[in-house]
Design a protein around this ligand. Structure first.
Ligand code: PLP
Length: 372
């Protein structure tokens, strides 16, 4: 099977599995227990926090552990709204459903959607216009990179505008943490989320970053873990695995990203040669997030049939937002931008993929199109 669905999740690295096994065996205590077995687990927990903080140039006190990015989004956005008496949220219609559905359920705020072009990008003047017209407390919620078409946020300019208009900035960095060199000490983001399973770590571990100096009320009540913010016994093995995964991602950032960019440009070149009337969705072909490409094949078959053909041929790729369900759902992002489903197919790469696999993937797609 050729796995080109690394935006949905990535395979665990052996070093991560070893690290998790070490914790399972040696640090299985409850980190809130005050005896030495508990304190061993506590030390591992805090060591993982320090590693993650150091990789992201943040303070350890700015890092909170969650079970997923969805959890960080769903619990923190309402918390920010309540604590800061937010009246306006400025966001985009192609955010992840965790963001859009959470915002939909926040009753006391007015939601302002940015206007997007066909590539899913907005004009900074549109953001500035909304920031200047919204009177009262504002929260901007935008993803660093879109998980379906790869649109990248002009992060520096957006954060400068937020500072200028005194808006808080919440950034979904699920597709960029572990793929880019992110330094929180050099950015003006107030809140961010990430997810270990997107950078070769385990499922069940996420990061919530909260810029220091802000005290927030608990998101989950109970034993007071995570400095009272998120009660519940921490998943120490998964958190330690996440720390190992982010450490490796940082160490090998350049070689991994160069390799992935090479795979992507090779795929783009070859697929255009083999299927000249292929369409590219968003601007993933000419920049954007380097880990993915979104295409539409010149085929008149249902997404279900395409999925079956791909699976039978041994290619795992994604149609629509794979992280949301196990059922076949058209991509809401493609539908929003183009007004039609387009049989969009997202192929996303990791440093574990090889040129040979890309060649095989091109062959599979070519054969499906030419009905061989
Ligand atoms: N945000 C983005 C951009 C994503 O791609 C995903 C998952 O694909 C999420 C949020 C949700 O992350 P998690 O799986 O940790 O809940």
């Amino acid at each position: 099977m050729i796995y080109l669905d690394n935006t949905a999740t990535t395979p665990l690295l052996p070093e991560v599995i070893d690290e998790m096994n070490r914790i399972f065996k040696q640090a299985w205590g409850n980190p809130s227990s005050i005896h030495s077995i508990g304190q061993i687990a506590k030390a591992e927990l805090e060591s993982a926090r320090n590693t993650i903080a150091s990789v992201l140039s943040a303070k350890s006190s700015e890092i909170y552990f969650t079970a997923s990015a969805t959890e960080g989004i769903g619990l923190m956005i309402p918390n920010i709204i309540k604590k800061n008496q937010i009246q306006h949220i400025i966001t985009s219609p192609i955010e992840h459903s965790a963001v859009l559905k959470t915002i939909q359920h926040c009753e006391s705020v007015e939601v302002h959607m940015l206007d997007l072009d066909k590539n899913g990008a907005f004009k900074l003047s549109n953001l500035e216009d909304k920031l200047s017209h919204c009177k009262g407390n504002k929260l901007v919620v935008l993803m660093h990179a879109n998980n379906e078409i790869g649109t990248l946020l002009p992060f520096k300019k957006v954060s400068e505008l937020c500072l200028q208009y005194e808006a808080l900035l919440f950034c979904d960095m699920v597709q960029t943490i572990g793929k880019y060199d992110i330094s929180f000490s050099k950015t003006n983001v107030d809140f961010a989320v990430a997810s270990a399973h997107k950078f070769h770590g385990p499922k069940g571990a996420g990061i919530l970053y909260i810029k220091s100096g802000r005290n927030y009320p608990p998101m989950i009540f109970g034993g007071g873990q995570e400095r009272e913010m998120r009660s519940g016994t921490e998943n120490v093995p998964a958190i330690a695995g996440m720390a190992k995964a982010i450490e490796l991602a940082k160490k090998d950032l350049t070689s991994r990203s160069q390799h992935i960019q090479h795979l992507k440009s090779y795929f783009t070149e070859r697929i255009k040669e083999e299927i000249p009337d292929i369409k590219f969705n968003g601007n993933s072909q000419n920049g954007g997030l380097y880990t993915l490409i979104n295409i539409s094949l010149p085929l008149k078959i249902s997404p279900e049939v395409l999925n079956m053909k791909l699976d039978m041929a041994g290619l795992s790729a994604s149609q629509g937002s794979a992280c949301s369900s196990g059922v076949m759902k058209n991509s809401s992002v493609i539908q929003y931008l183009y007004g039609e489903n387009r049989n969009a197919l997202r192929l996303s790469f990791s440093f574990l993929n090889t040129i040979h696999e890309i060649e095989q993937a091109v062959d599979i797609l070519k054969n499906i199109v030419h009905k061989k």
